[in-house]
Design a protein around this ligand. Structure first.
Ligand code: GLC
Length: 624
């Protein structure tokens, strides 16, 4: 008698298990988006996922397993992100590995390589007009270079992150080229109209994204006799997500790239993906169904991967991007916290934290299910002053429009009290709306600092911002050059493909001399940040799954929040003014127990129960 040989578990068995698990969270959104007859769609989706699962390289399968066992990996206090342009930081992909030591020194575990897929030639919106999602921008290298450099990053404990532009493709993308040649299958990939009746109706409620450089949301093409929906620039054609073929085709690209070592996809401009007549066509509920379907499908075929949503929207609209209601724990695991960013700049200008406290306390839950924010101070884009009348109504004598104007004036440097050096962006003649460009350092006063004291203040403001994002929750995003205080760069004006886009001001070439300097202001800023990040990594209460409770201090100058760790809380207090401020234990916020400020390593509360914060000082108090 011989026993039947026992078969080990095969990759196909594993896929079957993953699919069974995943389809539960896929069926709902797919039915809502594409109708109840989506059985055929589900079959095709399963086949697509299986194809990529089978092609997944062994090293990534191992990572999948690691993350199955540790699904909270991206919420760890160890996570720190660095955001850079490959060419501006390292030249190209072949040279990127030689810069890994720099990233490691800083404590980086997440490398967001700004758009690096093949863009259209000429103007391309900083790479956000992609003509081939399966090819690397030839100026940066090849797909093989990309895979190699991703392997080198992973070997150093750094997750490779890239942009996935979902709302639109370049008009030179193969799908768009075929659509333009008259192929109806591909015409259905985009939003095309034979005459301007519908576009005119839509435009009644649309908000112009680039009123200055690309007014309007539709473009007429004589050769095809059609209007095409172009929310951003004329050369970026909006995809039609009502067509399930678009869902499958984009997912195919995501999984192709996941199998080349991408661990996080930054899903670009997601707010705009669904359109409905009579609305602003932003943040519609269907967007969250699409994001759930993409995230859950990715989870089946590439479980090591997470998604980060880029929705730069008002507070109420932002929260659902991290999963609320039926989407809780099922949509993108990360989302930019643009409201924290806006409130940082607002409070830094006014020295009054009331609006910041109100907005962050009222609109945002203390935690999300298996998701968290990506807090940041600056990025490659402009700052949109997302401040609403509903929120300013809670602050005596504050008017939203006047406050937005004040902030635009403060940060373009024309306000008499301003320390900043920035510039207006996309001035909307109809609404009077203005947005702001400039680097962290220039907006924080470093460019204008003409005395040692002014320089010292600017450096303290930068440390304040970095301490805020390192402790508030989620993965702090450090934007390239901010760690060494790089100021505005005007060289883009000499490049015709960039000159009309002022956002290039905050996208300078990395200054490696400053980066390796051991003395001077760049060295000081970098040392401050390195210290902040070291303390973060040694403080489990700062991990992304730990709730963040905003606390009203009753002191306008001070903004405070507590990280409610299981064992102990950490109380973070920020002095947003250039004067010292004193708190007393009688003020409720300061508990009368021995506490150490983790940033200075000192007991700051005196025996009389007082604590004084120096100008622009942040403290992170933890009971001993
Ligand atoms: C995102 C990018 C921005 C780009 C836009 C359109 O908001 O951050 O730079 O212009 O999407 O793709």
């Amino acid at each position: 008698m011989s026993a039947k040989p026992r078969r080990g578990i095969t990759n196909d068995d594993l896929f079957a298990l993953r699919w069974d698990r995943g389809r539960r969270d896929l069926i709902g959104p797919l039915h809502r988006l594409y109708g109840p007859d989506s059985a055929d769609l589900l079959d095709r989706l399963r086949d697509l996922l299986k194809k990529h699962w089978r092609a997944r390289p062994a090293d990534l399968r191992r990572l999948d397993l690691e993350r199955d066992l540790n699904p909270d990996w991206f919420l760890s206090e160890n996570m720190v992100a660095y955001v850079f342009y490959i060419d501006r930081f390292a030249g190209d992909l072949k040279h990127l590995p030689s810069r890994i030591d720099y990233l490691r020194d800083l404590g980086v575990t997440y490398a967001h390589m700004m758009p690096c897929l093949k863009p259209r030639p000429g103007a391309n919106d900083g790479g956000y007009a992609v003509m081939d999602y399966t090819a690397i921008n030839p100026a940066l290298g090849t797909m093989t270079d990309f895979r190699q450099s991703n392997l080198a990053l992973r070997a150093s404990g750094i997750s490779p992150v890239i942009d996935m532009v979902l709302n639109h493709t370049a008009k030179e993308h193969d799908w768009a080229v075929r659509a333009r040649a008259g192929d109806p299958f591909y015409q259905a990939f985009y939003r095309m109209f034979d005459d301007d009746t519908l576009p005119r109706q839509y435009e009644k409620t649309l908000v112009d994204v680039f009123p200055d450089q690309a007014p309007g949301s539709f473009t007429w093409y004589d050769d095809i006799g059609k209007w095409v929906w172009t929310t951003f620039n004329e050369y970026q054609w909006d995809l039609n997500w009502e067509n399930p073929e678009v869902f499958l085709a984009v997912l195919d690209n995501i999984l192709f790239l996941a199998n080349r070592g991408v661990e996080v996809f930054r899903l670009d401009a997601v707010a705009f993906m669904w359109k409905r007549m009579g609305t602003t066509c932003q943040n519609l509920p269907e967007v969250h169904d699409i994001l759930q379907a993409l995230t859950q499908a990715t989870r089946v075929a590439a479980p090591a991967v997470v998604h980060k949503a880029e929705a730069i929207v008002g507070p109420q609209d932002l929260v659902p991007y991290l999963g609320t209601g039926r989407h809780a724990g099922r949509v993108s695991q990360l989302a930019y916290h643009n409201n924290l960013m806006v409130q940082f700049w607002s409070t830094l200008a006014s020295g009054d934290s009331r609006l910041m406290t109100h907005v962050l306390k009222t609109h945002f839950p203390e935690s999300f299910r298996r998701a968290s924010f990506a807090p940041y101070i600056r990025c490659h884009d402009d700052i949109g002053w997302a401040i609403t009348p509903e929120d300013t109504a809670h602050i005596p004598h504050m008017d939203a429009k006047a406050h937005r104007n004040y902030l635009a004036d403060f940060y373009n440097g024309t306000h008499p009290d301003s320390f900043a050096q920035g510039a207006d962006f996309q001035v909307n003649a109809d609404t009077g709306d203005r947005r702001t460009n400039g680097t962290f350092a220039s907006l924080a006063g470093l460019e204008n600092a003409s005395t040692p004291d002014a320089e010292d203040k600017a450096i303290s403001r930068i440390a304040l911002g970095h301490a805020l994002i390192a402790s508030y929750g989620g993965i702090p995003l450090i934007y390239m050059g901010d760690e060494i205080g790089m100021t505005n760069d005007h060289s883009y004006l000499d490049d015709p493909a960039r000159a009309d886009d002022g956002r290039w001001m905050q996208r300078p070439m990395m200054d490696w001399d400053a980066a390796v300097a051991t003395q001077g202001r760049a060295a000081r800023i970098r040392a401050d940040l390195s210290h902040i990040l070291r303390v973060r990594k040694a403080t489990p209460q700062l991990a992304g799954m730990i709730p963040t409770r905003v606390v009203d201090t009753g002191h306008r100058a001070l903004f405070a929040y507590q990280r409610l760790g299981d064992d102990r809380e950490v109380t973070c207090i920020v002095n947003f003014t250039d004067r010292s401020q004193t708190l007393r234990t009688a003020d409720a916020l300061l508990r009368e127990v021995p506490q150490t400020d983790l940033l200075t390593g000192q007991r700051l509360i005196t025996s009389e129960g007082r604590m004084t914060l120096a100008r622009y000082q942040s403290v992170w108090l933890r009971p001993d």
